[in-house]
Design a protein around this ligand. Structure first.
Ligand code: SF4
Length: 483
């Protein structure tokens, strides 16, 4: 089980990663590799389900990293078949931060026409209401996960086959969902009508792959074919190839803009654009919007790096690695004592003293959530002799929680929910603090005209408070939407 780290408290947690293949020998190996490439999307647990004609469905679900669980030949031999799906998880519903093995996906159901397994990335905003209704009608839930509702809805569907049942189930679901699912012979992929979470299609030899991100296609040598479109369902078999249809009412897409800033890997392609290039362009926009006289631009590694490169390029201020990340933190400390825990961010990041001493530093970070890490990094730089510390943030202030598959603290814990930019600057004790504007972020993401306020091109609810899908369950619990 990977360690929780103090640094992690001050980042939004990636949601989940999903992957599936059909028409390849030893599918489990490909799924394990794909999940390994998607590990940044969830580190608490992972699971794989496969099928072959002789052994039927088989599965393995484990706590911890893919590399620690799904690389042994012994385990992979128990997962035979040429079709399989997998999931890596950071819990966004159910027992947050304390995944129980029963919550680990993929989930499996046996229907009259055969078995099916599903893996879900996102969060159903009406899951509590669905769950109550399903339990009232006799469903017995195995997990605390919102995603299990999909299996129970499928069980109650009158659809003639499993794809029909999945389609009917998802019509009742509200919220964000990218789903990969499988029957004995078919791989299925679905994106919610707004396409909040990503899902892409790849081709590998005579087979096919579905993945949260293109970086996982690269690792197995698959060719990126295209994105699954918002509201699209694909049913794929080795025999018939890819069959596509659009079962939901068409709506304007609202892809998660935070995927561009932070969640996705920089070597992935999103909406036809390189994530790295979008992040570099965010740095360019930031340098134009919030210039400052300084000697050195440094990233907060790793996700601030492309934006820092863009900032440096646009401003003409040299770029340098003023903070070095310890790549192996998290695996070496078995039982951190309080003394070690109190070292906080120093366990993960160290200042490159020789580079920063006496200099005015611009630090570029991807986001500020609670502000605790920002403050500690500033202290480390000043201790090491920096003359000034200016923060430039590659996302607008995160002032609202996400209900679509990203773990955010409660609103009152978000520093931007209670303070203005100037108040945050004073609270954090930095020489200056500026965030990219929403328009600047949209420009960097490829919309030269900026945000279309009448019909925004992305979901940006955690910045704007404008939720494209009503968070029904949260409203029932007392959450107040922006007036
Ligand atoms: S609220 Fe933020 S993190 Fe959540 S889907 Fe929307 S943009 Fe992404």
């Amino acid at each position: 089980m990977p360690l929780a780290h103090p640094f992690d408290d001050d980042k939004l947690k990636e949601e989940c990663g999903i992957f599936g293949v059909v028409g390849v020998a030893d599918a489990a190996n490909f799924v394990a590799l794909g999940l390994h490439a998607l590990q940044h999307r969830g580190q608490e647990a992972g699971g794989i389900v496969v099928h072959d004609a002789e052994h039927g469905f088989n599965s393995a679900r484990r706590m911890g990293y893919v590399r620690d669980n799904f690389t042994s030949a012994e385990l992979l031999q128990t997962l035979p078949g040429n079709i399989g799906i997998g999931h890596v998880r950071y819990s966004t519903a159910g027992n947050k931060g304390q995944t129980a093995i029963r919550d680990v996906q993929p989930f499996f159901g046996e229907f009259s026409m055969g078995g099916a397994a599903i893996a879900h990335n996102g969060n159903l905003t009406n899951a509590a209401a669905l769950r109550r209704d399903l339990i009232d009608r006799g469903a017995i839930f195995q997990s605390s996960s919102d995603s299990e509702c999909i299996i129970h809805l499928m069980a109650r569907s009158m659809g003639r086959n499993i794809p029909d049942r999945m389609e009917e189930a998802l019509r009742k679901a509200e919220g964000a969902f990218s789903v990969v699912a499988m029957t004995r012979t078919k791989l299925m992929g679905v994106r919610d009508p707004l396409g909040v979470r990503p899902l892409v299609l790849g081709k590998i030899g005579d087979g096919w792959a579905l993945s949260s991100e293109t970086c996982a296609l690269d690792i197995i040598g698959a060719e990126f074919v295209r994105e699954i479109e918002p509201g699209e369902m694909v049913v794929i078999s080795a025999k018939d190839g890819v069959q596509s249809h659009f079962p939901f009412r068409r709506q304007e897409p609202r892809f998660c803009i935070f995927e561009q800033v932070y969640f996705s890997r920089p070597d992935s392609i999103l909406s036809g654009r390189s994530v790295y290039e979008t992040r570099r362009q965010i740095g360019v926009e930031l340098a134009r919007e919030a210039p400052v006289d300084a000697d050195l631009v440094c990233p907060v590694p790793d996700s601030g790096t492309p934006a820092a490169i863009g900032f440096s390029h646009e401003s003409g201020i040299p770029y340098g690695m003023g903070i070095i990340r310890n790549q192996y933190m998290g695996r070496t400390f078995i039982e951190p004592t309080d003394a070690i825990r109190n070292m906080g961010v120093r366990l993960k990041l160290n200042v490159n003293r020789a580079l920063i001493a006496g200099k005015r530093i611009i630090l570029v970070d991807d986001s500020v959530v609670r502000g605790t890490t920002t403050r500690k990094i500033k202290d480390m730089l000043l201790d090491a002799g920096a003359a000034e510390v200016h923060f430039r943030i590659a996302s607008p202030p995160t002032a609202w929680p996400c209900f679509y598959g990203v773990d955010t603290p409660q609103r009152e814990k978000l520093i931007a929910a209670t303070m203005t930019e100037d108040e945050m600057r004073d609270h954090l004790g930095v020489d200056s603090l500026r965030f990219i504007s929403l328009d600047g972020l949209y420009r960097a993401a490829g919309h030269a005209e900026g945000r279309n306020n009448a019909c925004p091109q992305f979901c940006d609810a955690c910045f704007s408070g404008e939720y494209p899908i009503k968070p029904t369950d949260m409203i029932a619990k007392g959450f107040e939407l922006k007036s």
